[in-house]
Design a binder for this molecule. Sequence first.
Ligand SMILES: N[C@@H](CCC(=O)N[C@@H](CS)C(=O)NCC(=O)O)C(=O)O
Length: 214
Amino acid sequence: MARHLYTFFRSSTSYRMRIMLAYKRLDYQPHYVSLPKMEHRESGYRDLNPQGLVPLLIEDGRGYIQTLAVIEYLDEIYPEPPLMPKTPQERAYVRAFSQIISCDIHPLNNVRVLKRLKSQFGADEAATNEWYAHWIAEGLSSLEEYVAREGRSGRFALGDSVTMADTCLVPQIFNAQRFGCPVDVYPKLMAVFDNCMKLPAFTETQPSTQPDAF
Ligand SMILES: N[C@@H](CCC(=O)N[C@@H](CS)C(=O)NCC(=O)O)C(=O)O
């Protein structure tokens, strides 16, 4: 099986993919796409991924984009160890948890959005940092509350097994920490984060371990 991952070390969605591939022990050939150098917008890369975003997984010549779709796809093809739970109710919870991060926090703080705030509205560094912190705080505080109300978390976001939700949470916490956003105010999320960071699939794929890290 020829498998290729197009990744950028600091990209939280790339980190999601690296975690899940490591967790499932799926080997791949990495290809490094620099976001600061705008390599994701070059025509060669856009030929592979029309969205011009990372990550991109290629398996046996077919491209797979959108991390949540890719994670569910891989979980169907390689079910062990699972990243999606067995019951519809648990799957709904894991998808909701994952989407709070991937649909409602991450897109607002994406590189192209921050750049657009600068180019279209003249936002300076301080303003874009404030924007970033605002959406982190709003998103993570509602996620903390959601987790508390659902009462389904254990060592991980759902009970004591790693799921897709954990692959979304950990990179988002890394992003929050990188931008100096307070995270101690989310005790339930941070307990899950700390437990994830005891596992090689999370530590060995973190941004600082990547050959393209600078
Ligand atoms: N929803 C997409 C998001 C992919 C995405 O936005 N990736 C970011 C890096 S974390 C990116 O390529 N940003 C480049 C840009 O905004 O120009 C996914 O889950 O794969």
